[in-house]
Design a protein around this ligand. Sequence first.
Ligand code: BMA
Length: 335
Amino acid sequence: MNRSDTVQEAAAPRGLVSSRTAEVFRRHPSNPILTVDDLEYRANSVFNPAAAIVGGETILLLRVEDRRGFSHFTAARSADGLSGWRIDPEPTLMPSPETHPEEIWGIEDPRITYLEEQKRWVIAYTAFSRGGPLVSLAATEDFKSFERLGAVMTPEDKDAALFPERIGGRWALIHRPVPAGALSLGAHIWISFSPDLKHWGDHEILLRARQGGWWDANKIGLSPPPLKTDEGWLICYHGVRTTAAGCLYRLGLALLDLEDPRKVIRRSSEWVFAPRESYERAGDVSDVVFPCGWTLVDGEIRMYYGCADTSIGLATANLSDLLDWLRAHDSPYPV
Ligand code: BMA
Protein backbone atom coordinates (compact mmCIF):
# COMPACT_ATOMS: atom_id res chain seq x y z
CA MET A 1 0.00 0.00 0.00
CA ASN A 2 1.47 3.39 -0.90
CA ARG A 3 1.06 6.60 1.04
CA SER A 4 -1.78 8.03 -1.06
CA ASP A 5 -3.87 4.86 -0.49
CA THR A 6 -3.44 5.26 3.26
CA VAL A 7 -4.49 8.91 3.14
CA GLN A 8 -7.64 8.12 1.15
CA GLU A 9 -8.72 5.26 3.36
CA ALA A 10 -8.13 7.41 6.44
CA ALA A 11 -10.49 9.98 4.91
CA ALA A 12 -13.37 7.49 4.64
CA PRO A 13 -15.31 8.51 7.80
CA ARG A 14 -15.98 12.00 6.37
CA GLY A 15 -17.62 10.36 3.34
CA LEU A 16 -19.76 8.12 5.54
CA VAL A 17 -21.06 11.06 7.56
CA SER A 18 -21.89 13.18 4.52
CA SER A 19 -23.71 10.33 2.77
CA ARG A 20 -26.53 10.74 5.32
CA THR A 21 -27.23 14.23 4.04
CA ALA A 22 -29.54 15.00 1.11
CA GLU A 23 -28.40 14.00 -2.37
CA VAL A 24 -27.03 16.83 -4.45
CA PHE A 25 -28.87 15.75 -7.63
CA ARG A 26 -32.68 15.76 -7.56
CA ARG A 27 -34.61 13.41 -9.84
CA HIS A 28 -37.37 14.98 -11.92
CA PRO A 29 -40.83 13.94 -10.67
CA SER A 30 -41.88 12.70 -14.14
CA ASN A 31 -38.92 10.34 -14.50
CA PRO A 32 -38.37 8.52 -16.72
CA ILE A 33 -39.02 11.57 -18.90
CA LEU A 34 -38.77 9.63 -22.19
CA THR A 35 -39.34 5.98 -23.06
CA VAL A 36 -39.50 3.97 -26.27
CA ASP A 37 -43.30 4.44 -26.24
CA ASP A 38 -42.75 8.15 -26.99
CA LEU A 39 -41.30 7.27 -30.41
CA GLU A 40 -43.51 7.24 -33.49
CA TYR A 41 -41.78 4.14 -34.79
CA ARG A 42 -41.00 0.70 -33.42
CA ALA A 43 -37.72 0.24 -31.56
CA ASN A 44 -36.36 -1.54 -28.51
CA SER A 45 -35.22 1.30 -26.24
CA VAL A 46 -34.15 4.97 -25.92
CA PHE A 47 -31.26 5.88 -23.62
CA ASN A 48 -27.89 7.66 -23.14
CA PRO A 49 -28.92 11.02 -24.68
CA ALA A 50 -26.68 13.92 -25.66
CA ALA A 51 -27.98 17.42 -24.83
CA ALA A 52 -27.59 20.95 -26.18
CA ILE A 53 -29.38 24.29 -26.06
CA VAL A 54 -30.09 25.29 -29.66
CA GLY A 55 -31.91 28.54 -30.42
CA GLY A 56 -33.30 28.64 -26.87
CA GLU A 57 -34.69 25.09 -27.07
CA THR A 58 -33.25 21.98 -25.48
CA ILE A 59 -32.32 19.29 -27.98
CA LEU A 60 -31.65 15.76 -26.87
CA LEU A 61 -30.06 13.36 -29.30
CA LEU A 62 -31.50 10.07 -28.14
CA ARG A 63 -29.66 6.82 -28.65
CA VAL A 64 -32.36 4.56 -30.07
CA GLU A 65 -31.69 0.85 -30.20
CA ASP A 66 -33.66 -0.94 -32.89
CA ARG A 67 -34.95 -4.47 -32.72
CA ARG A 68 -31.87 -5.86 -34.45
CA GLY A 69 -29.73 -4.51 -31.59
CA PHE A 70 -28.19 -1.64 -33.62
CA SER A 71 -28.38 1.99 -32.49
CA HIS A 72 -29.01 5.33 -34.25
CA PHE A 73 -29.83 8.87 -33.08
CA THR A 74 -33.18 10.64 -33.01
CA ALA A 75 -33.64 14.27 -31.93
CA ALA A 76 -36.16 15.34 -29.26
CA ARG A 77 -36.87 19.05 -28.72
CA SER A 78 -38.46 20.87 -25.78
CA ALA A 79 -39.00 24.60 -25.11
CA ASP A 80 -38.30 24.26 -21.36
CA GLY A 81 -36.04 21.19 -21.38
CA LEU A 82 -38.40 19.41 -19.01
CA SER A 83 -41.59 18.53 -20.84
CA GLY A 84 -43.49 18.79 -24.13
CA TRP A 85 -40.84 16.82 -26.05
CA ARG A 86 -41.29 16.82 -29.83
CA ILE A 87 -39.49 13.83 -31.27
CA ASP A 88 -38.46 13.52 -34.91
CA PRO A 89 -40.90 11.02 -36.49
CA GLU A 90 -38.00 9.18 -38.13
CA PRO A 91 -34.36 8.56 -37.22
CA THR A 92 -32.36 11.82 -37.35
CA LEU A 93 -28.92 10.28 -37.91
CA MET A 94 -28.60 6.70 -39.09
CA PRO A 95 -25.36 4.71 -39.30
CA SER A 96 -23.85 4.97 -42.78
CA PRO A 97 -21.90 1.73 -43.32
CA GLU A 98 -21.81 2.31 -47.10
CA THR A 99 -19.67 5.45 -46.68
CA HIS A 100 -18.31 4.66 -43.18
CA PRO A 101 -17.85 0.91 -42.74
CA GLU A 102 -16.91 1.46 -39.10
CA GLU A 103 -20.63 2.14 -38.44
CA ILE A 104 -21.68 -1.34 -39.56
CA TRP A 105 -23.21 -2.29 -36.18
CA GLY A 106 -24.59 1.12 -35.27
CA ILE A 107 -23.74 4.45 -33.65
CA GLU A 108 -24.03 4.94 -29.89
CA ASP A 109 -23.69 7.32 -26.96
CA PRO A 110 -23.42 10.81 -28.57
CA ARG A 111 -21.85 13.78 -26.75
CA ILE A 112 -22.45 17.27 -28.20
CA THR A 113 -20.05 20.22 -27.94
CA TYR A 114 -20.67 23.68 -29.45
CA LEU A 115 -17.51 25.01 -31.12
CA GLU A 116 -17.88 28.77 -31.09
CA GLU A 117 -14.93 29.09 -33.47
CA GLN A 118 -16.69 26.97 -36.09
CA LYS A 119 -20.22 28.15 -35.21
CA ARG A 120 -21.45 24.56 -35.20
CA TRP A 121 -21.94 21.59 -32.93
CA VAL A 122 -19.60 18.62 -33.11
CA ILE A 123 -20.85 15.27 -31.87
CA ALA A 124 -18.43 12.65 -30.60
CA TYR A 125 -19.99 9.18 -30.71
CA THR A 126 -19.17 5.51 -30.61
CA ALA A 127 -19.17 3.76 -33.98
CA PHE A 128 -19.57 0.02 -33.56
CA SER A 129 -17.18 -1.44 -36.17
CA ARG A 130 -16.32 -5.03 -37.00
CA GLY A 131 -13.08 -4.38 -35.13
CA GLY A 132 -14.86 -3.11 -32.02
CA PRO A 133 -16.19 0.24 -30.79
CA LEU A 134 -14.25 3.37 -31.78
CA VAL A 135 -14.65 7.16 -31.61
CA SER A 136 -16.09 9.16 -34.54
CA LEU A 137 -17.01 12.83 -34.98
CA ALA A 138 -19.85 14.49 -36.92
CA ALA A 139 -20.70 18.19 -37.23
CA THR A 140 -24.06 19.94 -37.60
CA GLU A 141 -25.49 23.44 -37.71
CA ASP A 142 -29.14 22.48 -37.33
CA PHE A 143 -29.47 18.87 -36.12
CA LYS A 144 -31.06 18.06 -39.46
CA SER A 145 -28.04 17.57 -41.71
CA PHE A 146 -24.71 16.25 -40.51
CA GLU A 147 -21.18 16.23 -41.88
CA ARG A 148 -19.18 13.21 -40.83
CA LEU A 149 -15.60 14.04 -39.84
CA GLY A 150 -14.81 10.33 -39.63
CA ALA A 151 -13.21 7.95 -37.15
CA VAL A 152 -10.63 9.62 -34.90
CA MET A 153 -9.65 6.85 -32.47
CA THR A 154 -9.14 3.14 -33.17
CA PRO A 155 -10.87 0.30 -31.21
CA GLU A 156 -11.50 -0.24 -28.48
CA ASP A 157 -12.24 3.33 -27.55
CA LYS A 158 -15.43 5.16 -26.50
CA ASP A 159 -16.87 7.71 -24.00
CA ALA A 160 -15.42 10.69 -25.91
CA ALA A 161 -16.23 14.40 -25.92
CA LEU A 162 -14.55 17.56 -27.19
CA PHE A 163 -13.73 20.68 -25.22
CA PRO A 164 -15.63 23.67 -26.67
CA GLU A 165 -12.54 25.78 -27.35
CA ARG A 166 -8.92 25.31 -28.37
CA ILE A 167 -6.51 24.90 -25.50
CA GLY A 168 -3.01 26.20 -26.16
CA GLY A 169 -4.01 26.50 -29.82
CA ARG A 170 -5.23 22.89 -30.18
CA TRP A 171 -8.53 21.03 -29.87
CA ALA A 172 -8.69 18.58 -26.98
CA LEU A 173 -10.64 15.31 -26.76
CA ILE A 174 -11.35 13.19 -23.72
CA HIS A 175 -11.85 9.49 -24.43
CA ARG A 176 -11.46 6.02 -22.92
CA PRO A 177 -9.39 3.40 -24.70
CA VAL A 178 -9.45 -0.15 -23.35
CA PRO A 179 -5.95 -1.66 -23.35
CA ALA A 180 -5.33 -5.35 -24.07
CA GLY A 181 -4.38 -5.87 -20.44
CA ALA A 182 -7.38 -3.97 -19.05
CA LEU A 183 -8.23 -6.68 -16.53
CA SER A 184 -4.99 -6.10 -14.67
CA LEU A 185 -4.02 -2.59 -15.90
CA GLY A 186 -7.44 -0.93 -15.73
CA ALA A 187 -9.27 1.19 -18.34
CA HIS A 188 -8.51 4.88 -17.72
CA ILE A 189 -9.69 8.22 -19.13
CA TRP A 190 -7.28 9.78 -21.64
CA ILE A 191 -6.87 13.20 -23.24
CA SER A 192 -5.52 13.86 -26.77
CA PHE A 193 -4.86 16.98 -28.85
CA SER A 194 -5.33 17.98 -32.49
CA PRO A 195 -4.68 21.03 -34.68
CA ASP A 196 -7.62 20.24 -36.99
CA LEU A 197 -10.06 17.76 -35.30
CA LYS A 198 -8.66 15.05 -37.60
CA HIS A 199 -5.08 14.27 -36.60
CA TRP A 200 -4.77 13.44 -32.91
CA GLY A 201 -1.67 13.01 -30.76
CA ASP A 202 0.07 13.81 -27.49
CA HIS A 203 -2.15 11.17 -25.86
CA GLU A 204 -1.93 10.86 -22.10
CA ILE A 205 -3.85 9.46 -19.18
CA LEU A 206 -6.05 12.13 -17.61
CA LEU A 207 -7.86 10.26 -14.85
CA ARG A 208 -6.97 6.79 -13.60
CA ALA A 209 -9.46 4.17 -12.56
CA ARG A 210 -8.89 3.51 -8.86
CA GLN A 211 -8.10 0.05 -7.58
CA GLY A 212 -9.39 -2.54 -5.14
CA GLY A 213 -12.59 -1.76 -3.30
CA TRP A 214 -13.28 1.69 -4.71
CA TRP A 215 -16.60 2.37 -6.50
CA ASP A 216 -14.61 3.51 -9.54
CA ALA A 217 -12.00 0.74 -9.54
CA ASN A 218 -10.65 -0.76 -12.79
CA LYS A 219 -12.88 0.94 -15.39
CA ILE A 220 -14.02 4.54 -15.75
CA GLY A 221 -15.23 6.71 -18.65
CA LEU A 222 -16.32 10.28 -19.32
CA SER A 223 -20.06 10.89 -19.12
CA PRO A 224 -21.27 14.36 -20.42
CA PRO A 225 -18.80 16.77 -22.11
CA PRO A 226 -16.56 18.96 -19.90
CA LEU A 227 -18.30 22.10 -18.63
CA LYS A 228 -16.41 25.35 -18.16
CA THR A 229 -16.85 26.90 -14.68
CA ASP A 230 -15.01 29.68 -12.83
CA GLU A 231 -13.17 27.02 -10.82
CA GLY A 232 -12.13 24.77 -13.72
CA TRP A 233 -13.52 22.31 -16.25
CA LEU A 234 -16.14 20.24 -14.45
CA ILE A 235 -16.30 16.65 -15.59
CA CYS A 236 -18.70 13.91 -14.63
CA TYR A 237 -17.49 10.36 -15.15
CA HIS A 238 -18.84 6.88 -14.62
CA GLY A 239 -17.20 4.20 -12.56
CA VAL A 240 -18.00 0.58 -13.40
CA ARG A 241 -17.99 -1.72 -10.42
CA THR A 242 -18.04 -5.42 -11.22
CA THR A 243 -20.01 -7.50 -8.74
CA ALA A 244 -21.20 -11.10 -8.60
CA ALA A 245 -24.52 -9.84 -10.03
CA GLY A 246 -23.03 -7.85 -12.94
CA CYS A 247 -21.91 -4.25 -13.36
CA LEU A 248 -22.91 -1.17 -11.37
CA TYR A 249 -22.59 2.18 -13.20
CA ARG A 250 -22.25 5.15 -10.82
CA LEU A 251 -21.16 8.77 -11.37
CA GLY A 252 -18.42 10.89 -9.84
CA LEU A 253 -17.08 14.41 -10.43
CA ALA A 254 -13.68 15.91 -11.11
CA LEU A 255 -12.36 19.38 -11.85
CA LEU A 256 -9.60 20.10 -14.39
CA ASP A 257 -7.39 23.16 -14.64
CA LEU A 258 -8.88 25.73 -17.01
CA GLU A 259 -5.62 26.52 -18.80
CA ASP A 260 -4.15 23.04 -18.73
CA PRO A 261 -6.92 20.43 -18.42
CA ARG A 262 -4.29 17.67 -18.11
CA LYS A 263 -4.06 18.84 -14.47
CA VAL A 264 -6.70 17.33 -12.18
CA ILE A 265 -7.52 19.83 -9.43
CA ARG A 266 -10.17 17.80 -7.59
CA ARG A 267 -11.76 14.36 -7.74
CA SER A 268 -14.61 13.07 -5.65
CA SER A 269 -14.02 10.24 -3.24
CA GLU A 270 -17.69 9.17 -3.26
CA TRP A 271 -20.02 8.77 -6.19
CA VAL A 272 -22.44 11.69 -6.60
CA PHE A 273 -25.26 9.78 -8.31
CA ALA A 274 -26.10 6.08 -8.53
CA PRO A 275 -28.94 3.77 -9.55
CA ARG A 276 -31.68 3.94 -6.91
CA GLU A 277 -35.14 4.06 -8.50
CA SER A 278 -36.77 0.99 -10.07
CA TYR A 279 -36.36 2.38 -13.63
CA GLU A 280 -32.60 2.70 -13.01
CA ARG A 281 -32.20 -0.63 -11.25
CA ALA A 282 -34.09 -2.84 -13.73
CA GLY A 283 -34.02 -2.84 -17.53
CA ASP A 284 -32.07 -4.28 -20.46
CA VAL A 285 -28.87 -3.67 -18.47
CA SER A 286 -29.75 -3.28 -14.81
CA ASP A 287 -28.17 -0.82 -12.37
CA VAL A 288 -27.01 1.74 -14.89
CA VAL A 289 -27.22 5.55 -14.84
CA PHE A 290 -25.45 6.86 -17.95
CA PRO A 291 -25.65 10.57 -18.87
CA CYS A 292 -24.19 11.70 -22.20
CA GLY A 293 -25.43 15.29 -21.89
CA TRP A 294 -26.11 18.11 -19.49
CA THR A 295 -27.18 21.73 -19.90
CA LEU A 296 -26.69 24.76 -17.66
CA VAL A 297 -29.83 26.91 -17.33
CA ASP A 298 -29.85 29.84 -14.85
CA GLY A 299 -27.24 28.21 -12.64
CA GLU A 300 -28.99 24.82 -12.72
CA ILE A 301 -27.34 21.73 -14.19
CA ARG A 302 -29.79 19.46 -15.97
CA MET A 303 -28.32 16.04 -16.45
CA TYR A 304 -30.06 13.77 -18.96
CA TYR A 305 -29.20 10.15 -18.44
CA GLY A 306 -29.89 6.67 -19.68
CA CYS A 307 -31.66 4.47 -17.14
CA ALA A 308 -30.75 0.77 -17.25
CA ASP A 309 -30.15 1.03 -21.05
CA THR A 310 -33.93 1.32 -21.41
CA SER A 311 -35.27 4.85 -20.83
CA ILE A 312 -34.22 8.44 -20.13
CA GLY A 313 -34.18 10.27 -16.80
CA LEU A 314 -33.48 13.86 -15.76
CA ALA A 315 -31.72 14.94 -12.58
CA THR A 316 -30.94 18.53 -11.63
CA ALA A 317 -28.51 20.26 -9.28
CA ASN A 318 -27.32 23.80 -8.69
CA LEU A 319 -23.89 24.22 -10.23
CA SER A 320 -22.63 25.98 -7.10
CA ASP A 321 -23.90 23.09 -4.92
CA LEU A 322 -22.06 20.61 -7.15
CA LEU A 323 -18.82 22.57 -6.87
CA ASP A 324 -19.27 22.83 -3.07
CA TRP A 325 -19.99 19.11 -2.88
CA LEU A 326 -16.85 18.34 -4.89
CA ARG A 327 -14.75 20.56 -2.61
CA ALA A 328 -16.15 18.75 0.44
CA HIS A 329 -15.60 15.30 -1.08
CA ASP A 330 -12.24 15.90 -2.73
CA SER A 331 -9.73 13.08 -2.39
CA PRO A 332 -5.97 13.17 -2.86
CA TYR A 333 -4.61 12.56 -6.34
CA PRO A 334 -2.94 10.48 -7.76
CA VAL A 335 -4.79 7.35 -6.69
C1 BMA B 1 -21.20 0.96 -21.63
C2 BMA B 1 -21.71 1.67 -22.85
C3 BMA B 1 -23.08 2.26 -22.62
C4 BMA B 1 -24.01 1.38 -21.83
C5 BMA B 1 -23.30 0.78 -20.63
C6 BMA B 1 -24.17 -0.17 -19.84
O1 BMA B 1 -20.07 0.19 -21.98
O2 BMA B 1 -21.76 0.79 -23.92
O3 BMA B 1 -23.67 2.50 -23.87
O4 BMA B 1 -25.09 2.16 -21.36
O5 BMA B 1 -22.15 0.10 -21.09
O6 BMA B 1 -24.62 -1.23 -20.64
